[in-house]
Write a protein that binds this ligand. Structure first.
Ligand code: NCD
Length: 353
């Protein structure tokens, strides 16, 4: 059973095929209105979402399928104390595909162990957001003709921004990428990401200033400071509003640089940038819907897996990341994976100590 938990799950050829399909859908969506006729998507959103939830809903509706689910876990049995495992076993009895967003890192991976139908990770805490990456890559490929050889500036909250982590993972599949990681020191990428980049021979430079590097970029990917992920409110106060892209700063950028943003924007891009032809974030959101249509077609048509392989029952979490799904669901098996030569949690990727 194919799921999409982490962009790394996709082989490069599989992504190329998905992009080709997304591109055909963009060119003529009317050809695809019956592709998922009769299919039902369960959208389980345990955390606020506007565009990702709408994007997945409209993607399924445009393919002729239907959608049910919740956007507020308090309206589900989770509020009564149901485990994730039970919710997934039950929901995968009703649906053909599960789309889930949670505040817990590794939750989509956990769900995939128990699901009879494909699980799509629509964001798990500060960890990963692979379908946003599909939107991002679709945008770059459509508008710049390809991804190989690009110089990308990732700016903002690189510690907590799952869109950034997913995008970096995805870039390992392309050639000759150069990253400028622009963040305050305390919001720099997590160590497991640095290890990942080194392991994959990816070139990256970590800087704190945006203006000095702008002229070198083909893509500037702005992100929001992820207020809801800060344990220490003072840390948020220190960092909010730290990067603001203005029309004036864009003067020094390449004429065909793309300004991207997963949205929602708070104050990191001023409104006057919206009218610059390089600002493509709304188009990026629309491409995201088409990319999700290609993904739903790819995953939701698989036959249901009647017999889910049984998994070992855990006794205590092996991971000390307080946001890891294993902290709240203690029955999960103690999954460990190697990133480089470091033992990491098989759910959230945090290094095990
Ligand atoms: C992002 C997310 O939820 O991680 N939004 C989205 O899915 N488009 C980015 C964010 O919330 O800052």
């Amino acid at each position: 059973m194919r799921h999409l938990i982490d962009f790394g799950d996709l082989a490069r050829e599989e992504w190329d095929a998905l992009y080709a399909r997304a591109s055909q859908i963009i060119d003529d969506p009317s050809r695809f209105i019956d592709v998922c006729r009769g299919k039902v998507s369960a959208n389980l959103f345990y955390e606020p979402s506007t565009r990702t939830n709408f994007s997945f809903q409209t993607a399924m509706l445009r393919l002729g399928g239907t959608v049910f689910g919740f956007a507020d876990p308090n309206s589900s049995s989770v509020a009564k104390g149901e485990t994730l495992k039970d919710t997934i076993k039950m929901v995968s009895g009703y649906a053909d595909v599960i789309v889930m967003r949670t505040p817990w890192e590794g939750a989509a991976k956990a769900a995939s162990l128990y699901s009879h139908v494909p699980v799509i990770n629509a964001g798990d805490g500060g960890h990963m957001h692979p379908t946003q990456t599909m939107a991002d890559l679709t945008t770059m490929t459509r508008l710049l003709g390809g991804v190989d050889g690009l110089s990308l500036g990732l700016c903002g909250d690189l510690k907590n921004g799952r869109t950034v982590h997913s995008l970096i993972k995805a870039m390992a599949k392309f050639k000759n990428i150069q990253f400028f990681l622009i963040s305050p020191r305390e919001l720099a990428v997590p160590e497991y990401m640095r290890v990942f980049m080194k392991e994959n021979g990816m070139r990256f430079t970590e800087v704190t200033g945006l203006e000095a590097v702008i002229p070198q970029l083909d893509v500037l990917y702005m992100t929001r400071i992820q207020k809801e992920r800060f344990v220490d409110p003072l840390e948020y106060e220190r960092n909010k509003g730290i990067y603001v892209l203005t029309r004036r700063k864009l003067d020094r950028a390449k004429k065909d640089m793309l300004v991207m943003h997963p949205l929602p924007r708070v104050d990191e891009i001023t409104v006057d940038v919206d009218d610059d032809p390089r600002a493509v974030y709304f188009q990026q959101a629309r491409y995201g819907m088409f990319a999700r249509m290609a993904l739903l077609e790819h995953l939701a048509l698989q036959p249901r897996e009647e017999q889910v392989p049984s998994v070992e029952i855990g006794t205590k979490p092996v991971c000390s990341n307080p946001r890891c799904i294993t902290q709240t669901q203690p029955y999960l098996p103690p999954l460990v994976k190697k990133v480089g030569n470091i033992d990491c949690c098989g759910f959230c990727d945090a290094a095990l100590r």
